[in-house]
Ligand binder design. Structure first.
Ligand SMILES: Cc1ncc(COP(=O)(O)O)c(C=O)c1O
Length: 435
């Protein structure tokens, strides 16, 4: 099979008539037919009908292996029977209340049992919101205005962190359009895995910094883990200056049973959680040291940081979360980390044999394939990883357009073998399409 670059980039997949029709309807009622930038592809996205375990079926009836798992949120794959059961039971008791429920206490106990730095926990509905509350908690605790973040790293759709988040890693501060100068002025960027470079920036702003916000395995800048030296430098800076170290583990918590920082040999003051902790339901959580978390405490009068939300600690999400954590045993964490290692080994082997300038990164059950950008015959810049993800889609496997993927507990060696075969074919498609 020989496919041109044009076919790979523009035709998406054969047999996608219903997806195209849905997209035409969507364009009439949503900007660009879209409600989530990350799931947009040209000329139109493939719409999904259902998912079960490791597989999804699109609206035209095509079945695929899902190695994206909703941007790594679905650690147990789709519609895990235990999670569906506990959610259905919770929903039957009532979807949400203007009162706290027992399950939020039980789920908070389960989370606090995972890491000794999770002394207290607070729930939100998304990772974005949890990052927002963690940053506000650091500001309320230190009474300082600025935050430091890693150049290029993504932390959700909150203006203070939607600055220099495009993966480029350049140290120039640039923001999503329309963010006021007053906001971007208070966000400083530090280089990744460069302890001296980061400390030079941090020292310049030390008196004004509320927090250093990091993702210990920042997927957008390549999914390479933070080095021990880097984490030690940031930890020491925060200890010396009373700055709050926030670890955003919305994506990376899954790499270890105690989370990412623990696996990498460090500890945060506040950890931001999301995605896997609720097995696919909307969730976010801020977990950390009592001293900092006390800014939320309303029990002795108005808290330093009042934080309400109609869906905070929603009982259906809490129940899904409890089900998800119960299934995510130490043994299962190790098993999918080993499968992740095996996927990366297969990919590295295929890329080394057939390509130049490609790499695969990752840790635990996460992977990201990175390839070179090229200019096509018409002078357009083309991202080859994007072409690769389209070629995989045609061959029955779904990963992210950015090359991001992960293993779920619904997978085993058979799924890894199928993935490796599809990957080998897709790499051959991309190589052929370039000729
Ligand atoms: C590191 C990180 N932080 C925050 C977020 C935002 O989480 P959510 O999509 O639940 O708002 C994401 C989402 O991909 C993420 O990867």
């Amino acid at each position: 099979m020989t496919i041109s670059a044009h076919e790979l980039s523009d035709a998406i997949v054969p047999n996608s008539t219903r997806s195209e029709q849905l997209y035409q309807r969507a364009r009439k009622v949503m900007p660009g037919g879209n409600s989530r930038t990350a799931v947009f592809t040209t000329p139109y996205p493939v719409y999904v009908r259902s998912g079960q375990g490791a597989r999804v079926v699109d609206v035209d009836g095509n079945e695929r292996l899902d190695f994206l798992n909703n941007s790594t949120a679905l650690i147990h794959g789709h519609a895990h029977p235990r999670i569906v059961e506990v959610m259905a039971q919770a929903a039957a008791r009532g979807m949400s209340f203007g009162m706290p429920t027992e399950v939020e206490v039980t789920f908070a106990e389960a989370l606090c049992g995972r890491n000794e730095t999770f002394e207290h926990v607070r729930f939100t509905s998304t990772g974005t919101e949890a990052v927002m509350m963690a940053v506000q908690a650091a500001r309320a605790y230190t009474l300082r205005p600025k935050i430091a973040k890693i150049a290029g790293a993504y932390h959700g759709a909150y203006d203070t962190v939607a600055i220099n988040n495009d993966g480029s890693g350049s140290l120039i501060t640039h923001a999503t359009q329309g963010i006021p100068d007053g906001v971007s002025h208070n966000t400083v960027v530090i280089p990744f895995n460069d302890p001296e470079g980061a400390l030079a920036v941090l020292r310049r702003h030390a008196d004004e910094l509320a927090c250093v916000l990091i993702d210990p395995v920042p997927w957008r800048i390549g999914l390479v883990p933070a080095s021990g030296d880097y984490l030690t430098a940031l930890r020491s800076f925060c200890d010396e200056t009373g700055t709050v170290l926030i670890s955003d583990e919305v994506g990376s918590f899954r790499i270890g049973w105690h989370g990412a920082m623990s696996r990498l040999g460090s500890a945060a003051d506040i950890t931001v959680l999301g995605k896997v902790i609720a097995g696919g339901m909307p969730i976010g959580a801020v977990a950390g040291r009592r001293t900092v978390m006390a800014v939320f405490d309303p029990s002795s009068g108005s808290p330093a940081l009042p934080h309400s939300g109609s869906y905070n600690a929603n009982p259906v999400s809490m129940s899904a979360g409890l089900g998800s954590l119960e299934l995510l045993t130490r043994k299962e964490t190790q098993r999918i980390n080993d499968l992740g290692e095996s996927v990366r080994r297969h990919m590295a082997h295929i890329l080394a044999a057939r390509t130049e300038g490609w790499t695969v990164n990752g840790v635990g059950s996460l992977f990201r394939v990175l390839g070179p950008a090229v200019t096509d015959a018409s002078g357009q810049r083309m991202n080859l990883v994007n072409l690769l993800s389209r070629a995989l889609l045609r061959r029955g496997v779904h990963i992210g357009d950015s090359g991001l993927g992960c293993v779920s507990t619904a997978m085993g060696p058979d799924e890894v073998d199928s993935y490796a075969r599809a990957f080998e074919g897709a790499v051959a498609d991309v190589v052929a399409a370039q000729r």
